[in-house]
Design a protein around this ligand. Sequence first.
Ligand code: AMP
Length: 550
Amino acid sequence: MEQYPQSPLMGQMMSRPLLISAIIEHADRNFGGNEIVSRRVEGDIHRYTYRDCHRRAKQLANALTKLGVKMGERVGTIAWNGYRHLEAYYAISGSGAVLHTINPRLHPEQIAYIANHAEDQYILFDITFLPLVEAFAAQCSSVKGFILMGDADRMLATTTIPNLMCYETLIAENSPDYAWPVFDENAASSLCYTSGTTGNPKGALYSHRSTVLHSYASAMPDSLNVSARDTVLPVVPMFHVNAWGLPYSVPLTGAKMVFPGPALDGKSVYELFEAEQVTFSAGVPTVWLGLLNYMVQNELKFSSFKRTVIGGSACPPAMMKAFQQQHNVEVVHAWGMTEMSPLGTCGTLQSKHLALSAYAQQAILEKQGHAIFGVDMKIVGDDGAELPWDGKTYGNLLVRGPWIISSYFRNEGGDVLVDGWFPTGDVATIDADGYMQITDRSKDVIKSGGEWIGTIDLENIAMSHPAVLQAACIGVAHPKWDERPLLLVVKKPGAEVTREALLAFYEGKIAKFWTPDDIAFIDALPIGATGKILKNKLREQFKDHVLPTA
Ligand code: AMP
């Protein structure tokens, strides 16, 4: 960790450490009666308050202490977005242990690798993941026991899981008398592994300080803009970068929280939005696609939903327009990554933009946005020299700030920083007003005849065609140009478009050299554990694709 010089005259303010437990304590004291509503894995709707959540988190903290969990030790969770998971967030980190959220969409072998790498002492899991836990439990050498997040009547006598305990029994057996310990704010609080499309996943180890600062910054009006007047439904899972910090920023503001549990299909999400009068949500584009399609098919409208943050991969402008124009829902395009807790940028307008035409405003909002305070960005060329903020020059995007990793857990990958900056692996432009736009992930960029072709633009154009549901662009080997773009398209159900018509759709929208050489229509795109399109799989699948010669 970096050390900085001390001034001969230090400030005279209290040095209360920034601790995660203070968030749930604050929510209990100030918004104790505000609701947390969860669609449970059991199928029903559960309701209680921040006060109840705090009480049960303290009961769980007592249980963990009795089980021998010590400060700094890791405790894993494999769970959907729900109230018990929220209790675990606060009980584990608040007691000084480290919350390790595990992505259940990973392969059991990868989960075993992660749990062993993290040296998890216990793993808490939702009943839906019982077969998954059975598949990897025997391979976890450090785990002393597994805790099923359910009632005692859900316990199975026949399971092969060693030392299986019942969450509700542990809660019932333990007192809510628990004083959250006070310790150094730089202590580790939670651990999240990157999805790792290549190589083994690497862990981002957050601290109490980084998490609390990220919560403040992410709740601000030009970030997620969460307030006590909101009802927030995090669609983004609590097992993927802590649901973009919402389990912290929502209790911090006192907003009502609504958890969707495992039911993320369009119908279930829509019904919960309406029943609980959700005003704000956040998620990756693939989930919103399901919701929007369900609403179009059933001619439905939202009655309370006002604003959503979309990120994790580029939000197609067509999706942004559908939300804005058909549903009157404001879309904030955000960018970040696991290594950044995750928030880096959010796209909102400034007062000087309000007089611009709707078209010009839209062009600004389609970018990934400006840095939120705490995140410093720059773009550099391959030689490391900084590039201008002119909105045209693209380069490798580097970041630094108090909620950005300085190294991976257990120093995997060695020194990752470049002169104190974290290389994001994204390629971007930044304009004179500081709005950043991602052109591509550096490993997805198509290198054609010495020029770089960004695939996001090509995909966004395809997705603005009425017959296209999803599109992904990859580079395919070409004898003359090294690589040329191949567009893979999933059509909307019942819609038709030919290869020629879709290629013609690019005319006038993009430099001719960027136009894809070919289009292949496929039934579905491969989606990874965090809802992103797996381009490495597509590249493998289409590596022998022969492009037309003309
Ligand atoms: P993860 O760590 O799994 O959250 O992935 C982070 C990566 O997702 C980033 O480095 C970007 O490549 C991509 N990403 C996240 N948000 C966006 C966005 N709004 N537009 C384009 N790419 C994004």
